[in-house]
Design a protein around this ligand. Structure first.
Ligand SMILES: [Zn+2]
Length: 292
């Protein structure tokens, strides 16, 4: 077996018949279907024997190719999307959390858009958008909605940037490799109703929530900085007090030994050094009379 076989192999129920992508149920069994792999182009046999757990295609000759799971799924999903009369859209919540360690955290959880069902009057597949190509554009009620279908990968940053710039909404539909074994009708149902497979990546209506969110983050950072500064002040005052305490003789001797290695640094900064740059050890040592 191929080396990617520790888990159950992915079954692919789709292959090319000429230029057409077909489901295994639409062709005759065996090599007679004259099908080829959507990924590597090699001949495929339609495995439709009774007793086979699920009918699927397999390379006629041993191959490490996965049957084009990703290619097949994205292509099938796009075609099915164009056939759907309507589609359920999940609720979109803008949810973020930000933590400054030791100073607490801020979060936001705002509904950007409620769950809804949209009529798909117009679906445009593979539309160029600036420098990227979208999988599908749906146009419900004069609003443009981009759909990106992913299997293993993620939506590119370039796509996200373009969508933001153009003020479009972007929905990601995540399919699983195992979906390649499903018949078109089951995939259609998944595309239509499976909220868990859909994730909103952007909606122009989230901009207000984004502003609120940035404000909250900035505020937390500002508070944390102020607390840190206050701590530094208290710390420096305590250090200053400690510095004024006379050192016992034995400590002066060991401090003098340290000063030999740090002389060039300690001579730069006068005693009144404060804030982050204050280096109490070095400054203390400078003031010792035993220095040569
Ligand atoms: Zn192949």
């Amino acid at each position: 077996m191929a080396r990617h076989a520790p888990r159950e192999p992915v079954l692919v129920a789709y292959a090319l018949q000429g230029e057409r992508l077909v489901h295994v149920s639409q062709v005759v069994g065996g090599l007679a279907c004259r099908c080829t792999c959507a990924s590597c182009g090699q001949p495929m046999t339609a495995n439709k024997k009774s007793g086979t757990r699920r009918h699927h295609f397999a390379h006629a000759q041993a191959s490490a190719c996965d049957g084009g799971v990703e290619t097949v799924l994205r292509r099938v999903a796009k075609a099915l999307l164009a056939e759907l009369p309507s589609m359920r859209l999940p609720e979109y919540r803008y949810r973020r959390t930000f933590t400054v360690y030791g100073h607490g955290s801020v979060s936001i959880d705002q509904v950007v858009a409620p769950a809804t069902r949209i009529a798909l009057d117009e679906v445009y597949l593979e539309q160029p958008l600036g420098t990227v190509v979208s999988d599908a554009i749906l146009e419900p009620a004069a609003r443009r909605l981009l759909v990106e279908i992913t299997v293993a990968g993620a939506v590119s940053r370039a796509t996200l940037r373009t969508v933001r710039r153009l003020g479009l909404a972007l929905l990601q539909v995540r399919l699983q490799p195992a979906d390649a074994a499903r018949p078109p009708e089951a995939l259609k149902v998944k595309l239509d109703t499976d909220d868990a497979a859909k994730e909103w990546l952007f909606d122009p209506r989230q901009r207000e929530a984004e502003r609120t969110w940035l404000q909250r983050r900035r505020e937390l950072v500002r508070v944390a900085q102020r607390v840190r500064q206050a701590r530094d002040v208290v710390m420096n005052q305590a250090l200053e007090r400690a510095r004024r305490e006379p050192l016992p003789e034995w400590m002066k001797a060991s401090a003098a030994a340290v000063t030999l290695g740090t002389e060039h640094r300690s001579s730069v900064r006068p005693r009144e050094a404060t804030g982050d740059d204050a280096n109490p050890e070095v400054t203390d040592v400078r003031s010792l009379p035993s220095r040569r």
